[in-house]
Design a protein around this ligand. Structure first.
Ligand code: IPE
Length: 254
């Protein structure tokens, strides 16, 4: 089996998070062109929602569960983030990447906010044939709450484990995890308690940078390191030349 790289594009990288589903098409084109020249590893892409999904999820309180009144929020949230997914897939295909969109609502089930079933065998099969599956944070049906939001970060950790990936990347709009304005180069469970990391300033129902680190530490526990870096460094992440961002790991210091 080919080594699979799981790469997440943060929602704030590909949308203007302060607007209402404001897709950054120029940024999408840049990322797509970067990925088109890096065709070596099998790639699975995941993207966040940014302003295409977070505002709807918050407005309908999707993460608190379904009450009856907020049921239309399942459709509204899914439709918003699906429109972003279509734009990501279009940009990739225009650049020559054999991308295809996959919606977690269709194939996943959660219990109290965590995925309990998530079919990934077809995703592995796609990567074997040079197809780049493009998933996204989504509203998912939840056996306890009715519905919940599964973040792109939770999907990344599930996919990386299921696809036996050794390399996980998160492209963000900051150069890495920042403390007092500087990048923290390495985070493990012993360091994380001492860090003072702010939450996300804009509408974010899934915990911003703190939520991301918590997800990635779980992955590190399973022996899979992840890398958080600025979106302009995707090429350097993929070819291993150094992205200058943060590595989340449970391995000893090199
Ligand atoms: C959120 O996914 C999904 C929805 C709100 C529908 P993420 O939590 O991964 O999105 P970003 O990267 O923070 O925007």
């Amino acid at each position: 089996m080919t080594e699979t790289v799981v790469l997440k594009l943060g929602g704030s990288v590909i949308t203007d998070k302060s607007g209402e589903c404001a897709i950054d098409h120029a940024r999408l084109r840049e990322v797509a062109e970067e990925l088109a020249v890096q065709r070596d590893p099998a790639l699975v892409l995941v993207h966040g929602a940014g302003s295409c999904g977070h505002p709807e999820a918050r407005r309908y309180r999707i993460n608190d569960g379904l009450t009856g009144e907020n049921v239309p929020g399942v459709y509204e949230t899914h439709t918003a983030v699906s429109s972003l997914n279509a734009a990501v897939v279009d940009a990739l295909r225009d650049a020559g990447v054999e991308a295809i969109g996959i919606h977690p609502l269709d194939l996943a089930l959660a219990e109290d906010g965590r995925l309990v079933s998530f079919e990934t065998r077809h995703i592995a099969e796609m990567t074997e044939h040079g197809i780049v599956p493009v998933l996204h944070g989504d509203v998912v049906m939840d056996r306890l709450r009715g519905s919940c939001i599964v973040s792109g970060d939770q999907l990344v950790t599930r996919l990386a484990a299921a696809l036996a990936s050794r390399c996980v990347g998160l492209a963000t709009d900051v150069p890495g995890v920042l403390q007092n304005g500087s990048v923290v180069p390495r985070i493990d469970r012993s360091i994380v308690k001492t860090l003072d990391i702010g939450g996300s300033g804009n509408t974010d129902v899934t915990g911003g940078m703190q939520g991301k680190i918590a997800e990635l530490l779980t992955l590190a526990d399973a022996g899979i390191d992840s890398h958080i870096f600025h979106v302009s460094k995707i090429g350097r992440f993929l070819d291993g030349t150094g992205h200058g961002g943060t590595i989340i790991t449970e391995r000893g210091m090199p």
